[in-house]
Design a binder for this molecule. Structure first.
Ligand SMILES: *[C@@H]1O[C@H](CO)[C@@H](O)[C@H](O)[C@H]1NC(C)=O
Length: 534
């Protein structure tokens, strides 16, 4: 159909033969069209017309993705579907040679594109190729990296993900690097000094930072599954004087990487599941007067100090771990005290349980947070979280909005480290909120908005809501979001659930309120379902 229509319209145009609209297009438009075409079509296009032969040498957005191209070639050459499906995981022996041939082809294409590139400024360059043990073109890849570091590139993304996804395994709840022969690709040691480079993203590789020159314009550095073999954050930042945004996810770094005595100018720091070669914990001791956002996601906390962070806006501390000892309560408290200028704070359930076990933190932090307006807590509303929640509410006298994101309830375990269960947890969960007789300033003066996500309707949740409504003297809205039941539930179950939530609504509506105008609203969240039995 489509084909026929096209043929007809072409024969109609034959009368105006000779006018080649495409060749008359402005070069910017052509480059734009090229950009949206997959790599292999560039090669075809460049054969079609003389004018186009080298047009791609001027393209300003270059994406060279091995997986995309190899999959394309293989799909044409082999028919074994299961093999295609497993292309990214393991490659069947029988088709290894087809894959190798396709990879060689990819290497040739990249070589050609880079060799002929005009040298014009490239806005965005992404190179993604697999790195594995039978590395057949490591020297070639070195050459490509050399190109990318010495050309006029503004945003550069280099991804050397291995063919195998299981480079890490879990041991006693920790993510440990598998000690296999499969080595990360090592970036060539060379005193690169890319002048225009503003954004650099590296994935699945390792490098020695001391071997590089200055990255004068670099503003954002994102590392994902990268081994930093030497240096400290101070050395790194001194090579990148304009650096504002540093993000490390699943990276390995030297033991003292985050210990630095000099001031760091960075504004955004994002650390997620980083570790040293042997341990998931490492000290952090930095001075960051310009820091706006700090995110730490991990499984342990040790001595962590972030000094002079007076401009802080957003802080997220998300530690997820089954165990704790009370020393970590002290580490967390001292970190939070460093961050007391922040405006928004998000904490995980582990942090909430560990915080009040620190020395002298039973009731509140020793310093009131004078800027903190928004608090976001991931809670299961288990007994061990209650002292932490009230400690936080007491410490934030100008809090305006509170968000509770309900997650799977879990009490942190203490005894594994021969630590006693701190006696602050000897409490009666049912009557906890009623028993709180010292005041919460935020509830009396400024807490206006409460949002509760993932509401199920259990007693602990009702107790919490009851407490907030009864004490929220200036409360304006309390929004409760609940999930629908899974779509495969029986009609009877669905009916029961509807009735259950209706009863919840009635309960919520009839709870006594300190401020009669406070609006309570229950909203069903679509697209997500209840996973916990209610
Ligand atoms: C802080 O977080 C809020 C909400 O997520 C966001 O809108 C804002 O841009 C963030 N500010 C900074 C400085 O990162």
């Amino acid at each position: 159909m489509e084909c026929n229509r096209r043929r007809r319209s072409r024969s109609r145009q034959d009368t105006s033969r000779g006018i080649d609209y495409i060749s008359r297009m402005p070069i910017e438009v052509l480059l734009h069209i090229f950009y949206f075409l997959p790599l292999k079509y560039w090669i075809v296009m460049s054969l079609v017309s003389k004018q186009w032969k080298y047009i791609w040498t001027q393209i300003s957005i270059l994406t060279l993705d091995e997986a995309e191209l190899v999959t394309g070639i293989i799909r044409k050459e082999i028919s074994c579907l299961s093999c295609i499906a497993s292309l990214n995981h393991h490659i069947c022996q029988c088709h290894q040679h087809a894959v190798n041939a396709a990879r060689r082809k990819f290497a040739e294409i990249v070589d050609r594109i880079l060799l002929f590139h005009s040298g014009c400024t490239i806005e965005h360059f992404r190179l993604s190729c697999h790195h594995d043990n039978q590395e057949m073109y490591a020297p070639t890849v070195d050459k490509w990296v050399q190109f990318s570091m010495t050309s006029n590139i503004i945003e550069l993304e280099l991804d050397f993900s291995p063919g195998m996804p299981n480079n890490y395994y879990e041991m006693e709840g920790l993510l440990v690097k598998r000690n296999i022969d499969c080595q990360q690709y090592a970036l060539p040691r060379h005193a690169f000094q890319p002048k225009l480079l503003k954004v650099l993203t590296l994935s699945f590789c390792k490098f020695e930072a001391t071997s590089y020159g200055a990255f004068k314009s670099l503003k954002r550095l994102s590392l994902y599954h990268v081994d930093i073999l030497d240096c400290s954050i101070g050395d790194l930042v001194s090579k990148c004087p304009a650096l504002e945004d540093l993000s490390l996810k699943y990276c390995f770094h030297p033991e003292k990487f985050f210990v630095c005595k000099q001031e760091l100018k960075i504004k955004y720091l994002f650390l997620m599941h980083c570790m040293t070669e042997n341990r998931a914990m490492f000290p952090i001791d930095i001075i960051t007067p310009n820091l706006l956002t700090l995110t730490i996601v991990g499984s342990y906390l040790m001595s962590t100090s972030v000094k002079r962070a007076t401009k802080l806006i957003n802080v997220t501390i998300d530690i997820e771990q089954r165990f704790a000892d009370h020393a970590q309560g002290n580490f967390l408290a001292s970190l939070l005290l460093d961050l007391f200028h922040c405006h928004t704070l998000a904490l995980s359930s582990w942090c909430i349980q560990v915080l009040p076990t620190g020395d002298g933190l039973r009731r509140q932090l020793p310093l009131p947070f004078r800027n903190l307006k928004h608090l976001m807590l991931h809670v299961g509303l288990v007994k061990q979280e209650l002292p932490g929640i009230s400690c936080l509410l007491r410490s934030f006298p100008i809090l305006e909005s509170l968000q509770l994101k309900l997650c799977t309830p879990m009490n942190v375990e203490w005894d594994v480290f021969q630590d006693m269960i701190p006696n602050i947890f000897e409490l009666e969960a049912q009557s906890y909120w009623e028993s709180q007789n010292s005041p919460f300033h935020c509830l009396q003066n400024c807490l206006k908005k409460v949002k509760i996500y993932g509401f199920v309707g259990q007693n602990t949740e009702m107790e919490m809501v009851k407490f907030l409504l009864e004490n929220g003297i200036v409360l304006e809205t309390l929004d409760v979001y609940y999930y629908g039941l899974n779509p495969w539930a029986s009609t009877q179950e669905a009916l029961d659930y509807k009735w259950f939530q209706f009863r919840n609504l009635v309960t919520l509506m009839t709870l006594p309120k300190a401020r009669s105008q406070a609006r309570v609203k229950m909203t069903k969240v679509y697209g997500a379902y209840m996973s916990v039995a209610y």
